[in-house]
Each structure stands twice: as C-alpha cells, then as structure tokens.
Design a protein around this ligand. Structure first.
Ligand code: MN
Length: 399
C-alpha cells in the first residue's frame, strides 16, 4: 500500500516506477522516477548525488545490484508513512516540469527483428522474390544509426531534404522528402557495458540491459530507397529518431516475459534463446489522435537478448547508454503494422482518417504518437508512456 492517492489501475503505479530526467521550474535537470502523474526527485528523496546528474548514465553504470537496491528504496519511500512528508516535498506534478533526454546516448543500433515487417517490405520491394533475405533467420539484421540525432519525445521533426529518384526517372531529384514515414519500435537501454573483445551471451542479457523505452525511427522512404544499396540506411533515417522520456526497468517487466515465436531453423548456438526472452508489450500508433495500428511486440522473431548477443559476438564493446532498437514492430494481422509504408502498401492504398483526410505518408503538421503497455505483476497493466513528434516543414535550402 502507498500513501499516494493513486487509482489501482494507474499504469504508472508502484509496479512500474520508470526513470527519466526532468527539470523543475527554474532548476537544473536531475533524475526522477515517475509515479502516477508526478515525478519523484531522487537526489532529494534518497540523498544520493548520482541522481543530481542531468543523465541516467552514472546510475546505470553502477550495475544490476544497485538498480535493484534503488528500486526497493524508491518503493519503500513511497509506501512508508514515516517517509511521507520528506518524499512529498520531493514530488513534482508532471505538468510543471520539463522532460529531457533521459540518458546520454552512446552508440545507437537499429535492428530489423519482426518477420512480419521484413516480409511485408520484402514483398513490396522485391515482388515475386523471397520476401526474406537468405540471412534473415540466421542472424538479427541491424545497422548503426546516428546517436547524435536521437531526440526526446515532443521534439519537432523537421522534414528532411535530400536525393530521391522516383521510378522511371533517369536522374535523381533534390528536395524535401515526399514519403516521410514512421517506425514504431521498442528500444533497449544498456546499463552495464562489456569490454572490447568480450561477448555478452544471451543468458547475460539482464545483467547488461537496464530497461526499455519507446522509439520512433522516422524514415524518409524516398531517400532511403535511392541511397541504401549497398551499405544500408543513412540519411533517410539519421535526421531524427525519437525516444520516450521514461525508461521502464526490466525489473518492472517480470510479468511480461513470454516465449518468442518458434525458431525455424534453429539459429547457431550463440543465438540459442532461453525460450522466455520475448516481451508481451502491446503497442499503439496514433496519427493526429486516431489509432491507426496496434502492433504486438510478442510476435517479434528475435529477442532483445539475441540482439545484444549478436551485437557483441565479434568482440565489439557495449557501453553504458548504448541504445539498440528492435526494428519496426509489425504483427501478422491487418491493423498490426508499425509503419505507414506497410499500412498503405507502399503508398498505393492511402488510409482514411476520421473526418475524411487521407494519408499515404506524413504531411507537415501531422503528429504521430507511439505508446505501449505491458502486463504488470498484480494483473493491472503498466505503461511505457509515449513517444510523440510533430512534422515541421522542411527548412528552406539553397542547392
Ligand atoms: Mn527502424
């Protein structure tokens, strides 16, 4: 029981307690934990200077035992009546604070772990061929993205300009992207790194990954289609990647672990999974306030543990603050696709929004919000919050 006045079905109740970085009015940013519609100033409540930092990294680097101990202390603070008056002085209403990027992003990697998403795109881009490339079921495909343009939810997304070559055209055009899209994803935040030359086995996932967040991997499909062969995504992705302000610790997700889809064929031994590293997260994608998709994360073929094992199998180091994202979350059914290019079949079947507006891709002024919930330990759900962004017009440019 808590002395907080929280409804029992609050998705930010005591079973959740996600971490973020916030700035109270006129004060520097510091680490906080969200509870209900408030945020607890951890430096003030726990008296530990690691939380007076403007990023989660120093705390994340302290490791799994500390993460557990702090979570227990936060729960105690919010339940023990003797701590109430001190804790209340450290609670801020969310609408009075500014939420910041919660961690300094180390390296950013994006995977491609949904068989349904990869298959949908394969059918669009390589009609008649095998929808999955030959390596797809043997390794989680990924690419290194641009950590410097990872932004927190609410940051405007300026329409990128660049090169595109429409079908049938001999020469490329230069100008604002005409096919701006979203990718609804889950991100994994590395707490404990691994030294150069070491490998993180699948079984050590929870010693290294602190928690999960929401990611929108904004994608300019026209720029991407022209530039991606042979080295993969580049400027079609690197203009903005949005993340949610709250990191839900893995410890809050005990009731969400589930078996991933059956493996066929079995991957190589270093990728053998435990059979329970999938996560039963329910995503929702809203365009201008209307839900356009409900992707199920439980349908993802590769797990976060397999992604980390693969990412380090060559001896690449992992660092505190590294972010790796799952790739677009798409389920097997209609209404479960995590990107517009899938929903609208490459733009050929625009979707109609309530009110009659039609969209193949995003227009200036459009707002996209990705949210998610997970099963909590007490039967109620816990929330990952949301990541939102509004499309701003391309900046004027001189060629
Ligand atoms: Mn992506």
């Amino acid at each position: 029981m808590t002395w907080l006045d929280l409804p029992p079905d609050d998705v930010f109740g005591l079973d959740n307690l996600p971490y973020g970085v916030f700035a109270p009015p006129g004060a520097p940013p510091r680490v906080g934990v969200r509870v209900g519609d408030r945020v607890l100033d951890l430096a003030a409540a726990l008296g530990d200077p690691v939380f007076a930092e403007p990023a989660l990294n120093p705390f994340l680097g302290q490791g799994r035992d500390t993460w557990s101990a702090v979570r227990a202390r936060v729960r105690e603070t919010l339940t023990d009546d003797r701590r109430r008056s001190a804790a209340e002085a450290a609670l801020y209403p969310l609408d009075q604070v500014a939420l910041r990027l919660p961690y300094e992003i180390g390296d950013y990697v994006d995977f491609y772990a949904s068989e349904h998403h990869a298959g949908n795109l394969g059918r669009l881009f390589r009609p008649g061929g095998d929808p999955l490339p030959p390596n797809w079921k043997h390794l989680p495909i990924g690419y290194h993205g641009r950590s410097g343009t990872v932004v927190v939810s609410g940051t405007p997304v300026v329409r990128p300009v660049g090169q595109r070559r429409p079908p049938g055209s001999e020469a490329p055009f230069f100008g604002p992207s005409q096919r701006l899209d979203i990718e609804a994803e889950i991100g994994f935040v590395v707490g404990t790194g691994s030294p150069l030359g070491a490998r993180v086995p699948v079984s050590a996932f929870r010693d290294h990954v602190f928690g999960v967040c929401l990611v929108n991997d904004w994608s300019a499909r026209d720029l991407q289609a022209w530039e991606y062969v042979p080295l993969g995504p580049f400027l079609g992705k690197s203009f903005a990647t949005s993340v949610s302000p709250w990191v839900v610790p893995l410890e809050a997700l005990d009731a969400a672990w589930t078996a991933p889809p059956a493996r066929d064929p079995e991957p190589l031994p270093y990728l053998t999974d435990t059979g329970k590293d999938g996560l039963d997260l329910a995503l929702s994608v809203r365009l201008n306030g209307h839900e356009i998709s409900a992707p199920p994360f439980a349908a993802m073929y590769w797990t976060g543990a397999q992604m980390l094992a693969h990412m380090t199998v060559n001896g690449a180091a992992a660092r505190t603050g590294d972010l790796y994202a799952s790739g677009t979350v798409s389920g097997p059914g209609a209404g479960q696709e995590g990107s517009l290019i899938e929903i609208t079949r490459g733009g050929t079947e625009p979707l109609t929004l309530p009110g009659g507006a039609s969209r193949a891709f995003l227009e200036d002024g459009d707002e996209v919000t990705v949210s998610a919930t997970a099963p909590g330990p007490s039967g109620a759900r816990i929330g990952l919050g949301e990541v939102t962004g509004r499309v701003a017009p391309a900046r004027p440019f001189t060629p």
